[in-house]
Design a protein around this ligand. Structure first.
Ligand code: ZN
Length: 362
């Protein structure tokens, strides 16, 4: 590969990441993209850098066999999964890993494969059994699943996200799009849900020189008292986003307790979230290690040290609620063990504070 071709490959990875971002399949820094450049190497997006900030030299070359890499940037923490897929699938030259909403949620139901359709064609999406992110065990689970389903160009990684393969970038992106559409059809057919995703912001606020600034002038006193209580109990919180998305509202109305069904929920929100009953004291569930405060029949407050953090919690909570509803309607699901949740939550906090220390945006 000439220098010019190498640069072009790096640029293509960045372009594809923006394209996936634009169509909503990649959000923030979640997910990663790689491209095989020769028999022994692939290029992959770096860890913890937003897609809009990517430049070609940040795309990291990794050795498929021993996972060594060169350069100043850390490769994505899922490099083992990418390497495993390139080893099994010699025809694959491009891989997209996303945390896309519907496919990730369909992957929490404990099924080995998802039967659905895309337009007029039947589609079977294999689900790789759960292992914690970043581990050798997860790479092995992906490897086994790809060997078993030899013709599948896309699989779901249970309780986490997707892995989409192609001989080129167009094919991998197309696979991710097809999968999301098929997963959406599946949730609608099997779980009888037709739910939009995203954050529906209502009464948000932030702290400025110790004063609470409410985004909406007509924020009711009842809501203000909850904001005040949160800031008083959580000195680390500077931003609160009140999320009233359809899924969050439904959970705030019906559920009493949420355990993580998705890795990013365990990482960003906490290992367990209580939803107070209608007659309970409104804000008795402000906890040190839980970044969400539910209010009965009024959505949830999403907490963060920055506006970005609070928004991330809002997005992940909405997806977590869609998964929760899917599992309830399906009658069963696969929950992540408490031990795995705790480990991920601690690891995420440690990594995040390290990144913040050196001024890298998450
Ligand atoms: Zn991931």
């Amino acid at each position: 590969m000439t220098d010019k071709e190498y640069l072009k490959t790096q640029e293509n990875i960045i372009n594809i990441s923006r394209q996936l971002h634009d169509i909503g399949l990649l959000v923030r820094t979640w997910g990663n993209i790689s491209c095989r450049i020769d028999e022994d190497h692939f290029l992959i997006t770096p860890s913890g850098i937003k897609y809009e900030d990517l430049i070609p030299e940040m795309i990291v070359p990794v050795n498929i066999k021993d996972l060594t890499y060169v350069g100043d940037y850390l490769p994505s923490s899922e490099l083992k999964v990418h390497a495993a897929a390139y080893r099994v699938r010699k025809d694959c030259n491009f891989i997209v890993h996303t945390h896309q909403v519907y496919a990730s949620c369909a992957g929490t139901l404990g099924m080995k494969k998802i039967f659905s359709y895309y337009e007029d064609d039947d589609m079977t999406i294999p689900v790789a059994p759960y292992e914690a992110p970043g581990t050798d065990a997860l790479a092995q689970s992906v490897s086994r699943t790809l060997k078993k389903f030899k013709t599948s160009n896309g699989i779901i990684m249970s309780n986490h996200g997707t892995l989409c393969l192609g001989t080129n970038s167009d094919e991998a992106v197309y696979e991710a799009e097809m999968m999301e559409s098929a997963a959406c059809n599946f949730l609608s057919d099997v779980c009888k849900m037709d739910m939009p995703h995203g954050v529906e912001e209502m009464f948000s606020s932030h702290l400025e020189n110790g004063r609470i600034i409410y985004k909406e002038k007509d924020t009711p006193e009842r809501v203000k008292s909850i904001h005040k209580a949160i800031y008083a109990k959580r000195p680390d919180v500077k931003y609160i986003i009140h999320n009233k998305s359809e899924a969050v509202m439904m959970v705030s109305r019906r559920a009493s307790h949420m355990k993580p069904l998705l890795d990013d929920f365990a990482q960003l929100i906490g290992t367990s979230v209580k939803i107070p009953a209608n007659d309970a004291e409104l804000y008795h569930q402000i906890k040190k290690n839980v970044n969400v405060v539910f209010v009965p029949d009024d959505g949830a407050y999403c907490l963060g040290a920055t506006a970005d953090d609070a928004e991330a919690v809002g997005i992940v909570l909405d997806k977590g609620c869609i998964a929760y509803i899917a599992v309830m309607r399906n009658g069963e699901g696969h929950y992540i063990s408490f031990f795995d949740c705790l480990k991920m939550n601690r690891h995420y906090k440690k990594t995040y504070s390290k990144l913040a220390d050196i001024g890298v945006s998450q």
